[in-house]
Ligand binder design. Structure first.
Ligand code: CU
Length: 230
């Protein structure tokens, strides 16, 4: 349903969408029931000529029932939401499927720096490809991202993946994603990180294996640049 507005582009995007839908439906149901009863009571017990107002303390049994019974139902619904949320959380944030490739993502005021492995498919080797604000990945591959910050808190947000992860200075946070469709999509910073926060955006480019390979070859650092980077 959500993919009507934001395409669903990772292996777990559907799980997150399902969770948002579940919360919306369960909370929405009680919202409309509560509002309906609320306005009905206002209408039903409006001031009328010759009808004296009743005084209710709220402690009468027949009045308390209106609180206690919905309360039990809402707690049951809460348990369903919490169970579903924990399941999705564990799948995305606690489990770390083996990586096909790694990328380093560094946030700083106000730019994202991405370090891609070169042709050797390994990070921290001389053929790494460094870019600003453009992340290049291959569809269908499982990536580990190593998320860092150079200054303040940032949040690496890729709506198409339904991924959002805080970047904390002094820490390297490892997470993962597996792109499931090709194209170019937004990256944003989702944590107020200073005056330029609003312009701290980027693009993720998800390509087929052949296209990604071509991009890697085209952007391979020259031997001189690679030596300089050492
Ligand atoms: Cu930021």
């Amino acid at each position: 349903m959500m993919e009507r507005w934001v395409p669903s582009g990772s292996s777990y995007a559907g799980d997150v969408d399902g969770l948002i839908l579940l919360v919306s439906v369960l909370v929405g149901f009680w919202f409309f029931v509560a509002q309906g009863i609320f306005f009905w009571l206002i209408f039903r017990f409006r001031a009328r000529e010759g009808v004296p107002a009743q005084y209710l303390t709220g402690k009468e049994k027949h009045v308390k029932r209106w609180i206690n019974i919905p309360h039990v139902f809402i707690i049951m619904f809460d348990v369903v939401i919490i169970a579903a949320a924990i399941k999705v959380w564990v799948e995305i944030k606690q489990k770390l499927p083996p990586a096909d490739e790694q990328v380093r993502v560094v946030g700083q005021q106000w730019v994202w720096t991405f370090v891609h492995p070169g042709a050797d498919r390994k990070l921290d080797t001389p053929d790494d490809i460094v870019t600003s604000d453009d992340l290049h990945v291959e569809v269908g591959k499982t990536y580990h991202f190593l998320l860092e910050s150079k200054d303040v808190l940032h949040s690496f947000s890729v709506p198409v993946f339904r991924l959002k992860q805080d970047a904390v200075p002094g820490r390297t946070i490892t997470g993962w994603f597996k792109p499931t469709l090709t194209g170019s999509y937004d990256i944003q910073c989702a944590e107020i990180c200073g005056i330029g926060h609003g312009v701290m955006n980027g693009r993720i480019h998800i390509a087929s294996a052949a296209e990604h390979q071509a991009w890697v070859q085209e952007h391979a650092p020259t031997a001189d640049a690679a030596a300089g980077a050492q």
